[in-house]
Design a protein. Structure first.
Lengths: 225, 300
């Protein structure tokens, strides 16, 4: 897959990877390596200059703009800056994601408490975001990402704004979600997390995959020495 | 189907919420739409009244007066009458002797009629009053009759009518241009108002996009907000134009008697048409304004 921005920056230069259903994958690499671009391509925010993207064996490289929302419903997203609606409660923030797809009110009343209990936030359902801590913010964001049961969850540096203890809470939640069968792709700079989790690691540098190994670590020891 | 309905309900709800939250700026949009429609209403009433006036005058002046030379024989006069009757578009031909003409003149002059006393011999001409089906036939008939022997002069009102039609066209054209400009201005104002809402809710819209909301779902509430502003503006302007014109009409008809009101369109005849026109234009402006401001914004 290739991606060249209009300003001539070659953000991705021949990246080829495949992630199986149910995998937990870390995407690592220095800033500007192309991690964000890769995620943007997956979310259909940008189109690749050349190459193809398959989701569930369906080619989503050149779908019409009109269809993009339906693709995004298969992918839950979590961002570093949480992106919750400040004027809605925790419950409403999550219900919002279900209302958009036209879910039945009964389903909403059932699923929202369910995901909230999964992330251990049942008691904060009626709080507003500004009453929550950073870790709680992110757990709400994760709940929102998974409430519609997408097969894939993409997390773009979900622990970037959190202290190490809270970051581990989030990782536990993500691991639980992965155990339930959701494919998780997480871009991160958190070396310790990657090293401890021992999952597949894909390292990108200057738009190329430099390493892809099962049970990998953040940095290749050889290059380190 | 049920899912679609729920989505529709959500969109409606959010549209109304947005309009309420944004009511300060909404006032500006509603005000501009109301102003545009009120001006459109005034133009409309003017155009209709002038049309009415043209029609009325046309009816009144659909006759031509053919003055005969003095001392013509019975035969010549008869020939003129027959020629006139035989022309296309002529309804009746009535002979009006000069004595009758003088009587009419005296009546018209009223108090000053004494000035006409003792006019001997009668300086007026005998004439035929030729009544036409339509003023359009006048030119042809005049052309034909003026060539005949014994015809001194022909008087008719074609010029006047033509001038009035020209004026009516100017009023119509001018009104149309003014209205078009005003509509563009209010689309601009609405689109700015909606742009402010959109910017204020940029975060929300962004999140909606990531969660997989369709463009229609995102756009819907804003369009409803715009349409709502348009509708309120339309209702206000219908009330203003209706009551304003009603008041104007009645003041004029009591102060100036019926002289003037014959030419004005009665308010009752207008209300239905004006309501339909205003509501559709108001809502159209609202929807268009929203779409203009959303077009660039949604391209992600």
């Amino acid at each position: 897959m290739y991606k060249e921005y209009k300003n001539g920056v070659k953000a991705l230069n021949g990246v080829s990877l495949s992630i199986d259903k149910g995998e937990f994958v870390f995407l690592v690499g220095p800033s500007g390596a192309g991690k964000s671009t890769l995620i943007k391509l997956l979310l259909k925010e940008e189109n690749p200059t050349s190459g193809t993207i398959l989701l569930n064996n369906m080619d989503i490289t050149s779908v019409k703009n009109r269809k993009i929302p339906y693709i995004r419903r298969n992918i839950g997203v979590v961002f570093q800056d949480f992106r919750l609606l400040p004027n809605k409660t925790v419950y409403e923030n999550i219900a919002f994601a279900m209302e958009i797809v036209g879910a039945h009110p009964k389903e909403i009343r059932r699923n929202v408490p369910m995901v909230l209990s999964m992330v251990d936030l049942s008691n904060k359902a009626h709080c507003y975001p500004d009453e929550l801590s950073g870790g709680e913010h992110q757990r709400v964001a994760i709940s929102r990402a998974i409430v519609n049961n997408p097969p894939v969850l993409i997390a773009d540096e979900p622990t970037g704004n959190l202290d190490p203890d809270t970051a581990w809470e989030i990782m536990k939640v993500l691991r639980d979600i992965n155990r339930r069968g959701t494919t998780v792709l997480m871009a991160t700079h958190a070396k310790d997390i990657v090293d401890v989790m021992k999952r597949r690691v894909i390292a990108i540098e200057s738009g190329k995959i430099v390493r892809d190994e099962e049970k990998g670590v953040y940095e290749n020891e050889i290059s380190h020495i | 189907m049920k899912m679609k309905f729920r989505i529709f309900k959500n969109i409606m709800k959010q549209g109304f919420q947005g309009a309420w939250r944004n009511r300060g700026m909404g006032m500006a949009s509603i005000g501009s739409i109301t102003a545009v429609l009120v001006i459109l209403g005034i133009v409309l009433i003017m155009v209709l009244s002038i049309n009415n006036l043209v029609l009325e005058t046309k009816g009144k002046f659909d006759e031509i007066q053919v003055f005969l030379e003095d001392d013509i024989s019975q035969e010549v006069s008869k020939a003129i009458e027959e020629e006139a009757l035989g022309s296309q578009g002529v309804l009746t031909v009535i002979y009006k002797p000069k004595e009758e003409a003088l009587q009419d003149m005296k009546k018209d002059w009223g108090e000053n009629a004494y000035l006409l006393e003792g006019l001997e011999p009668n300086p007026l001409n005998n004439s035929y009053i030729v009544k036409l089906k339509d003023i359009e036939y006048a030119d042809e008939v005049v052309d034909k009759l003026s060539k005949l022997d014994g015809v001194e002069d022909i008087n008719y009102y074609q010029d006047l009518i033509e001038k009035m039609i020209v004026i009516a066209n100017y009023v119509r054209g001018g009104g149309l241009i003014i209205t078009a400009i005003l509509i563009l201005i209010s689309i601009f104002i609405i689109s700015n108002t909606i742009k402010i809402t959109v910017t204020a809710r940029k975060r929300e819209v962004n999140i909606m996009k990531y969660v997989g909301a369709t463009n229609g779902y995102i756009r819907g509430p804003f369009i409803i907000e715009g349409v709502l502003f348009g509708l309120i503006g339309a209702i206000l302007s219908i009330l203003i134009v209706n009551y304003g014109y009603d008041y104007f009409f009645h003041t004029i008809s009591t102060e100036l008697y019926v002289l003037f009101t014959v030419y004005l369109v009665p308010p009752k005849a207008l209300i239905k048409d004006i309501s339909i026109i205003f509501v559709s234009i108001g809502m159209g402006i609202g929807a268009l304004g929203s779409m203009v401001s959303l077009k660039r914004f949604l391209n992600v």
